[in-house]
Design a protein around this ligand. Structure first.
Ligand code: ITT
Length: 197
């Protein structure tokens, strides 16, 4: 992987404030100067790849090309075994234009119905992209169960209905540090940090 030098400006290529908050904490050890799509006024590209890695590459390269800076993008999602992995890459789209994740969680619950298979997981693909097209990608996954009703005010998106293995709390009930111990995003960031050493 092409490495980032200390003090380098890095664009966090997301328009999701929940992700941005998590990256500010997770990337602190990197010692680079973080900026965001919001700060730079970058547009949102169309995410039309069929998988997380493809969409992360689209977002990273769009931000890197538009800003002239290296950019780190995250494409992630919530998957339910009983729904064949849905919503998966469509997780953001299930929230609709108003990003209504209470409605998206209710849809997950309704579609699972009486199926006793509660297995669920979060996936996170990270892509570091450079203005000349160079990329490096990393994947993280967190396994657990889909629960109902939603629990906890913390986090964002589907956090209140995901209970990771070996925990009695949902991501919505955890503080950020506890979620970051083994979350999909923390796992992918750990690989990225290791590759940059
Ligand atoms: P950007 O593309 O601008 O980064 P987005 O929210 O559209 O923002 P994605 O296309 O990657 O990002 O969609 C991922 C969705 O999956 C996100 O909107 C959440 O609903 C959900 N998601 C991802 N990581 C999550 C997490 O840690 N906790 C809860 N929900 C998460």
């Amino acid at each position: 992987m092409r490495k980032l030098a200390p003090g380098q400006r890095l664009v966090i290529a997301t328009h999701n404030p929940g992700k941005l908050r998590e990256f500010a904490t997770l990337l602190a050890p990197l010692g680079v100067e973080l900026t965001s799509c919001g700060e730079l006024g970058l547009p949102e590209p169309e995410e039309d790849a069929p998988d997380f890695i493809g969409n992360a590459r689209i977002k990273a390269l769009a931000a890197a090309t538009a800003s002239g800076l290296p950019a780190l993008a995250d494409d992630s999602g919530f998957s339910v075994a009983a729904l064949g992995g849905a919503p998966g890459v469509f997780s953001a789209r299930w929230g609709g234009p108003s990003k209504d994740f209470a409605a998206a969680m209710a849809r997950v619950h309704a579609e699972i119905g009486t199926n006793p298979d509660r297995r669920a997981w979060f996936s996170c693909a990270l892509c570091l992209g450079w203005p000349d097209g160079n990329t490096a990608t990393f994947l993280g996954r967190a396994e657990g169960e889909a629960v109902w009703p939603p629990r906890g005010p913390g986090g964002f998106g589907y956090d209140p209905i995901f209970q990771p293995h070996r925990s009695s709390l949902t991501y919505g009930e955890m503080d950020a540090a506890t979620k970051h111990q083994a979350s999909h995003r923390a796992v992918a960031v750990a690989q990225f940090l290791a590759a940059n050493r």
